[in-house]
Design a protein around this ligand. Structure first.
Ligand code: GLN
Length: 379
């Protein structure tokens, strides 16, 4: 077979989680909670399973779920997405991202990516014949986006820009001003945007979620990709949604139809009920801020340096005061020697760099965070 992805192995998340398993290490690498979701939610799934909601859902997702998402989006951000024609339920944000890229990118189109970026973006582009154009965000500059640089990378071939806020792996968030600057760049062009907003509700301190849909210039050209996996501690369910204006959704659904056709039925019904109580998602920022603070408290006095995450369930730690090793080797060594697995941030870059940063997932029970802290303090 002639491989379409000769340079691709398994993802770093698979690699590090396996290593953590092999060495019995605390797994702060792959992003998933170590605790269970709400019992209310599992009861709802059990109810709909037993009730017999076990056949194909409609291609776009069940009506009650699309309706409650529409209502929630309006209540949170004051914008309308019509449940019939502008909201699609998908099998996780990974599917939403792939389908959105496939909807837009033709052979030879350029797509602007800000890196570090999530690992599925580049393959989605290249498998569709697109060309990724990378802009490096640097920890030395607090990963701030240089919009002049973004503007300078736009060519006649630019068809799409992909953004992620709150951001995996850096834990930074975009501001209203970022949205304004982006809008200034793309208005009067035919450039589309994908907003990966899976950590929408995992945002801390004084920060608020500047969803791209809050800017009208961006909303009309954006696919907003979201996932219930992060918000409700159910990453294994792989259920998410995509918001996009009618014409974009029409094309998006054509792709979704051939990728998965539809998404798991009983879980959609359970989520539609669960979303009726806004406390179920409005309680999440505090829950995760406490987790972040717990983790930072556990590593207090260590030789790592860091800026507290503004959002997401990841904390990046800079280890330049500890060792000169590269981040991949260090992540492997820490897993084997001190029993704490993390993710080397260089894997989220395509242009070579020597930033000395590891990403730790703090979506873990307090005991795991305490034990991890004890081990990290030894460095
Ligand atoms: N999003 C998760 C992370 O960043 C991993 C998901 C996966 O394993 N594909 O760790």
């Amino acid at each position: 077979i002639q491989s379409k992805q000769p340079d691709t192995g398994t993802t770093i998340f698979t690699v590090m989680s396996k290593l953590a398993g092999d060495y019995g290490a605390l797994n702060l690498s792959q992003g998933f909670p170590s605790f269970n979701c709400s019992e209310k939610l599992t009861d709802l799934v059990a109810f709909y399973l037993k009730k017999g909601m076990n056949q194909y859902a409609p291609m776009a997702g069940i009506q009650p779920l699309r309706e409650i998402i529409s209502q929630k989006t309006f209540e949170l951000y004051g914008v309308n997405y019509h449940p019939d024609s502008e909201i699609t339920i998908v099998s996780g944000a990974t599917e939403a991202l792939y389908a959105a890229v496939t909807t837009i990118v033709h052979e030879g189109d350029e797509v602007i990516l800000l890196e570090p970026c999530y690992d599925s973006y580049t393959p989605a582009i290249t498998l569709n014949g697109g060309i990724p154009v990378y802009i490096t965000l640097s920890p030395e500059n607090a990963y701030k986006i240089d919009w002049e640089l973004v503007k300078s990378k736009i060519s006649e071939k630019t068809r799409l820009i992909m953004l992620n806020t709150p951001h995996n792996p850096t834990g930074t968030v975009m501001s209203r001003e970022d949205l304004n600057q982006l809008a200034e760049i793309v208005k009067d062009t035919d450039i589309f945007i994908i907003g990966d907003e899976v950590y929408e509700h995992i945002i801390f301190d004084e920060h608020e979620h500047w969803s791209l849909l809050r800017n009208p210039v961006l909303k009309e050209r954006s696919f907003i990709c979201n996932s219930f996996g992060k918000t409700f501690h159910v990453t294994g369910w792989k259920v998410g949604y995509c918001l996009a204006p009618k014409q974009l959704t029409e094309e998006f659904r054509k792709v979704h139809q051939w990728l998965t056709f539809s998404t798991v039925t009983p879980i959609q019904y359970a989520l539609a009920d669960f979303l009726k109580d806004p406390d179920n998602y409005l309680s999440i920022p505090k829950f995760y801020q406490d987790k972040r603070d717990k983790f930072l408290d556990c590593i207090k006095g260590s030789r790592f340096s860091y800026t507290p995450a503004q959002g997401s369930f990841f904390q990046c730690l800079n280890y330049q005061n500890i060792t000169n090793e590269n981040d991949f080797n260090l992540a492997v060594r820490l897993t084997k020697e001190i029993g704490v697995a993390s993710i080397p941030v260089s894997v989220f870059y395509h242009q070579k760099n020597d930033f000395k940063i590891l990403r730790f997932c703090f979506a873990k029970d307090d005991e795991t965070l305490e034990k991890a802290g004890e081990q990290l303090l030894k460095l």
